[in-house]
Design a protein around this ligand. Structure first.
Ligand SMILES: [Zn+2]
Length: 122
């Protein structure tokens, strides 16, 4: 079971790299828009189609399993999925940056408290 899961993870990792490469070459990076998130933890994104102007592809992300599905004819990695992977990474980075800033502020507050405590000794 565990072995199967790590195999799947490795496979999806390579697949994600391929999708990101495609997004890079087809210029879909930055084009993904989060439409909505379902109560089941699924995210629905839209990515404009580069082949057919005015059309969009719908990319569904299962946030619990990390599975990404696109409605375009491509059976494996496609540039639309790559665009969504990229957008999710950007969001992850932004969340992480915000968290580290909050942690940094908390440390500063603690530092201030220590300074106040130190004052009593002088
Ligand atoms: Zn696609």
């Amino acid at each position: 079971m565990a072995a199967t899961m790590s195999m799947a993870a490795a496979d999806s990792g390579l697949w994600k790299i391929r999708a990101l490469e495609l997004a890079n070459t087809k210029h879909t990076i930055g084009a993904a828009r989060l439409l909505f998130t379902t109560v089941y933890g699924r995210e629905v994104w839209t990515v404009p189609s580069r082949a057919h102007k005015g059309e969009v592809h719908q990319v569904t992300v299962d946030t619990t399993s990390g599975r990404i599905h696109c409605d375009c004819p491509s059976t494996r990695a496609c540039s639309h999925q790559g665009a969504v992977i990229h957008a999710e990474r950007m969001r992850e980075q932004a969340t992480r940056a915000l968290q580290s800033e909050q942690e940094w502020r908390r440390e500063c507050d603690m530092g201030g408290a220590l300074m106040d405590a130190g004052r009593g000794w002088n």
